[in-house]
Design a protein around this ligand. Structure first.
Ligand code: ATP
Length: 357
């Protein structure tokens, strides 16, 4: 079941929450909507589901080539999982999962033994078959979300929509659950859209990531594409950590904070405001000046916990710089807080005002 979002706009009063958004999700794909708070992710998900209607005459939603724009949520066969546990508190796990099947009209309702089999099958799938008789209050947060997913899957949805499903959980549980979701998706291949503002989650789980910003889509690509080949400054800044140096380009030179480097991009007749974006791992540190483009800085803080050593520095004019070095390199340099060093960026992405990329 594919999803096609064609030229969808949505206003709340005079506020434009979605501005001419188009997106295709292929059958069996897991796509993540990733963007800052208020960028329109949930609104888009709700419009796909039918819980919200797009602006009159603004565009169409197609599920498997069928125009469902004016179809009611109940007839679209979508499964939902939300951040806040939507389980019925007064029902056991078994009854929660069976609910979607039991409320079907008599003609469409499976027989009692079929429902029982289906629920146990789903409980096995989410690896919680020993919890059938518990009530939601007797489950951990992670277990509740797995049950919520089993419940969403019970109706055999054509499309699965997940809105920050792991948002309320601790970091470790989130990490476990997203790996589990990835494995589950590989087994089931239900076309899925996941809303998240957690970039790690989006990059780890999704086949493709849609970067949203202020009601528009900035880029659609594989996790690798959006991370390593950002379409624009917003995407580079939002996905992964960056150092941002403000400055200008003049002819073939760029003056960016403490850096002066060659600029090989589009030529401009006048000086243009620009920003240089540098990933923390694209920077090397030397203890002595070596003639390469760079600048002097002072080590302010060192955090050696983790796969890379994270080093906070400040330039002579007080700008913060964040660098990540492999442990071996860090050891070889003998860095300590207070030491003056030379900072050499290996790769700088220069973004110039009014320039199309
Ligand atoms: P978050 O990550 O915080 O959930 P989001 O990207 O999912 O954000 P949406 O919930 O889609 O963003 O909201 C987009 C914008 O539309 C926000 O500015 C929000 O305040 C506004 N909005 C959403 N629903 C309504 C509503 N029912 N009435 C008025 N404004 C709304």
């Amino acid at each position: 079941m594919s999803i096609e979002v064609q030229h969808i706009s949505k206003h709340f009063g005079t506020f434009a929450a979605l501005k001419d958004v188009s997106l295709n999700v292929a059958t069996g794909e897991l796509v993540a909507l990733l963007g800052p708070s208020g960028s329109g992710k949930t609104t888009l998900l709700r419009i796909i589901s039918g819980l919200e209607a797009p602006d009159q005459g603004s565009g169409q939603i197609l599920l498997h080539d069928e125009d469902v724009t004016s179809r009611h949520v109940g007839t679209r066969r979508v499964g939902f999982v939300f951040q806040h546990y939507a389980l019925f508190r007064h029902m056991t796990v078994f009854k929660n999962i069976a609910f979607g099947l039991q409320v079907r009209p008599r003609k469409l309702r499976p027989a009692r033994h079929q429902i029982r089999e289906k629920v146990h099958e789903l409980l096995k799938l989410v690896q919680l078959d020993w919890l059938a008789d518990r009530y939601p209050a007797q489950l951990s947060g992670g277990q509740r979300q797995r049950i919520a997913l089993a419940r969403a899957l019970a109706i055999e949805p054509k499309v699965l929509l997940l809105d920050e499903p792991f948002g309320a959980l601790d970091a470790k549980t989130r990490q476990e659950l997203r790996r589990w979701l990835r494995r589950l998706h590989s087994e089931l291949h239900v076309t899925s859209v996941l809303v998240t503002h957690d970039q790690e989650e989006a990059l780890e789980v999704a086949d493709r990531v849609v970067i949203t910003n202020a009601g528009r889509i900035e880029q659609i690509g594989t996790p690798e594409e959006v991370f390593h080949h950002p379409a624009n400054e917003f995407v580079m800044n939002f996905v992964g950590h960056v150092n941002v140096f403000h400055g200008r380009v003049e002819g073939d030179r760029a003056f960016l904070g403490p850096l002066e480097v060659e600029y090989s991009g589009q030529r401009h007749a006048t000086t243009k405001p620009a920003r240089g974006l540098i990933r923390p791992y694209d920077i090397d540190i030397e203890t002595q000046a070596n003639g390469k483009p760079g600048f002097k800085a002072t080590v302010r803080h060192i955090n050696a916990a983790g796969p890379q050593v994270k080093i906070d520095l400040t330039t002579d004019s007080g700008e913060p710089v964040h660098v990540e070095l492999p442990h071996e390199r860090f050891q070889a340099l003998g860095l300590v807080v207070g030491k003056t060093v030379f900072v050499n960026p290996r790769e700088i992405n220069v973004f110039v005002d009014d320039e199309r990329r």
